[in-house]
Design a protein around this ligand. Structure first.
Ligand code: PLP
Length: 353
């Protein structure tokens, strides 16, 4: 399907100082992609100047939460070439989320062309510098104006994006959840649907009041397994093995997670993908065997954890020299691939022409 393109009359790129901070998700570039589903089919795909939407207050998304999204990035290399990182994995995951939320799937080729054309058109917005990138946010909402609690008959699929800084959370202290859950068996944890995120805010706010910066989610039934780190996948190094939980109904199949697992293997780091028991972590903490722990995801790449709290236990992790950490070594490897500074043996880079 050919994408119709309406260019903006005047770029607003001059309003942004690329030399200053670019907080995550604050700035949007000149254009957006929009595609409507109605009468059981997709309409005409369009790239238009970025603009506000006008939708009815009775739209289903406001009441029943049919909303999904993705997060991916474009990177600028030293020669001003622009690359996406594993975009087809995001597209496939988006459609898995769509199925789970009873929404129509977006044709993969069209989705892929839309991302590439949008980034190519707004290429000037892809910032320069390690850690900086153009963050791409595809999303879909049920927009039929009707309050009956059945799936929407109309949807808007859109892609917006803008420049972002490297995200650095600093060393994060985390509370291991012993009551609240992010996801349940048979639920939507594996999908990127908006409600999964809204539901995290309250427990995270409570954890902040207790002095933690984030929450490690545990399994809903027993709270005995460590699953995700805030809005990221979770990894922990015990001794010299890097452990992470297998993906499931409750755990998102993170693209950073699977990239790290591959690169760790290539670097000779032992990895273990199996359920991580809180009791084992507490035991390892007592013996001083936990060397590092981190969350991983597109936004921050790797976000190191400095301490883990669980009920009466508080495990402060050692402060290793950054070059000794798996986190730093792997992060550099990922950056080297994303910024086109090294070979790309798995074809993860995807040039935007
Ligand atoms: C709940 C959750 N887990 C893990 C991740 C990491 O996934 P990815 O590495 O694909 O960004 C994300 C972010 O997308 C997330 O929202």
């Amino acid at each position: 399907m050919k994408i119709e393109v309406e260019k903006c009359a005047k770029t607003k790129i001059g309003d942004i100082d690329f030399g200053s901070a670019m907080p995550f998700g604050k700035y949007m570039s000149d254009h957006m992609f929009i595609l409507k589903w109605e009468n059981g089919q997709w309409g005409t795909p369009k790239i238009e100047p970025y603009h506000a939407l006008s939708i009815e207050p009775s739209s289903k998304v406001f009441h029943y939460g049919q909303a999904i999204f993705e997060g991916m990035k474009a990177f600028r290399d030293a020669n001003d070439k622009i690359f996406l990182f594993r975009p087809k994995d995001n597209i496939a995951r988006f459609n898995k989320s769509a199925v789970r939320m009873n929404m129509p799937e977006v044709p993969e080729d069209l989705f892929y062309d839309a991302v590439k054309q949008l980034v190519a058109l707004d290429k000037a917005w892809v910032p320069r510098g390690e850690g900086r990138s153009y963050y791409i946010r595809p999303f879909m909402i049920g927009c039929e104006p009707a309050l009956n609690a059945v799936p929407s008959a109309e949807y808007l699929f859109m892609i917006i994006g803008g420049p972002v800084d490297a995200i650095f959370h600093g060393d994060v202290t985390v509370k291991i959840a012993d009551h609240f859950s992010r996801a349940a068996n048979g639920g939507t944890g594996f999908a990127k649907c908006s409600g999964n995120y809204g539901g995290q805010f309250y427990p995270s706010t409570l954890a902040k009041k207790e002095g933690f910066q984030s929450v490690i989610w545990t399994d809903d039934a027993t709270h005995t397994h460590l699953e995700e780190a805030g809005q990221m996948n979770f990894m922990i190094r015990i001794g010299d093995t890097l452990h992470t939980a297998p993906v499931s109904d409750r755990i998102l199949d993170g693209i950073t997670r699977k990239s790290i697992l591959q690169l760790a293997k290539d670097m000779g780091i032992k990895t273990d993908i199996s359920p991580i028991l809180v009791d084992d972590v507490v035991e390892a903490g007592k013996k001083g065997e936990i060397k590092e722990a981190f969350g991983c995801g597109t936004a921050a790449v790797i976000s190191p954890i400095s301490a883990l709290g669980y009920k009466e236990h508080y495990m402060k992790l050692p402060k290793l020299q950054s070059e000794e950490t798996f986190a730093e070594r792997i992060r550099q490897r990922i950056f080297d691939i994303q910024y086109n500074r090294t070979a790309d043996p798995y074809g993860w880079r995807d040039e935007v022409l």
